[in-house]
Design a binder for this molecule. Structure first.
Ligand SMILES: O=C(O)[C@H](O)[C@H](O)COP(=O)(O)O
Ligand SMILES: [Mg+2]
Length: 300
């Protein structure tokens, strides 16, 4: 059973117990561009108490640098080095784990965040925000010329997904020998400021169905994201806590990494998902309604 936190002593004890605080973003700190009440104050309290803060998001629509701009605009203290997104983790995976040869390319279904991180890692790519791919014109296979250098398809959250992008990705994955099928993450839904929307997992689902094949997923709960962080940050898993709103990404990610886990109910997961006869088998260490609840330690 998770420990449902409600009192000031419980929150104070939690803060004393962990030195590194890994925050999921969508559904924990914000919904779209709307901050969750108390999130900024709690981050400030943790920093004042000498805690290390990291941001670990599956949202691949932004690069680390463009997330830093979002944090600045929202008035949240953050450095690029504290931000780990699935676009960054995917670019590192392709360059350092897959070791894609420099003369090979990635076909991207996704947004500027993926393109910026691939560029940063020196990985060549086509597709993405290319206007030729962002069309609602019917896809013409007879006039499509296959690029033989595409050796991976990377699919992430893409608000401009269309039949042309799916068809080109399908061609590369079925006609280029050895072409890898990669996704930044598999979140089924995305908690926007105005409600739930299809997530990155729903963008790659048509390809999985057409190919009858599962991709390699790089974001939470996969260990790749934690490997990226551990390559840059020296932290003690015993003294580290992952705060998230989704059981099958954030909480599983924390548990796989040997971290403590705190579930908040301001995003995807509801109280019904963790209580009663149909409760999920994924059980966080701690639960609180909102990250803003921790303000109570400073009498706020
Ligand atoms: O890809 C998605 O569906 C969304 O970006 C999803 O919200 C993941 O964002 P996170 O909660 O990991 O910040
Ligand atoms: Mg989230």
């Amino acid at each position: 059973m998770p420990a449902h936190l409600t009192t000031r002593p419980e929150y104070s004890l939690l803060i004393d117990r962990y030195d590194t605080w890994m925050f999921d973003c969508d559904g924990v700190l914000w919904h779209g561009d709307r901050l969750i009440e108390g999130a900024v104050e709690v981050l400030e309290i943790l920093r004042k108490r000498g805690k290390r803060i990291l941001f670990v998001t599956n949202n691949a629509s932004k690069s680390r640098k463009s997330y830093k701009t979002k944090f600045d605009v929202l008035g949240v203290q953050a450095s690029v080095e504290e931000i780990y997104g699935s676009a960054y983790a995917s670019a590192v995976y392709i360059s350092s784990v897959m070791k894609l040869p420099k003369d090979k390319k990635v076909y991207v279904i996704g947004m500027a965040g993926i393109e910026e991180e691939l560029r940063e890692e020196g990985v060549s790519f086509i597709g993405g925000t290319d206007p030729a791919d962002c069309t609602l014109e019917p896809f013409s296979l007879s006039s499509f010329s296959l690029d033989p250098d595409v050796q991976a398809v990377l699919c992430g959250l893409d608000l401009s997904v269309n039949y042309t992008k799916l068809s080109k990705a399908f061609q590369y994955l079925t006609r280029n020998p050895g072409c890898q099928f990669l996704v930044t993450n598999e979140d089924s839904t995305f908690p926007s400021a105005d409600g739930l929307l299809p997530g990155a997992g729903a963008i790659s689902a048509p390809l999985r169905y057409a190919l009858e094949k599962d991709p390699i997923s790089i974001g939470k709960p996969a260990k790749t994201m934690l490997d990226c962080i551990q390559a840059k940050v020296n932290f003690d898993p015993e003294r580290t806590i992952m705060i998230g709103d989704r059981l099958n990404t954030d909480i599983l990610f924390g548990q796989a990494g040997g971290l403590a886990t705190l579930l908040v109910l301001t995003g995807i997961t509801s109280k019904q998902d963790i209580t009663g006869p149909n409760a999920s088998p994924i059980v966080p260490d701690y639960v609180t309604q909102s990250i803003g609840d921790l303000r109570v330690v400073d009498g706020q």
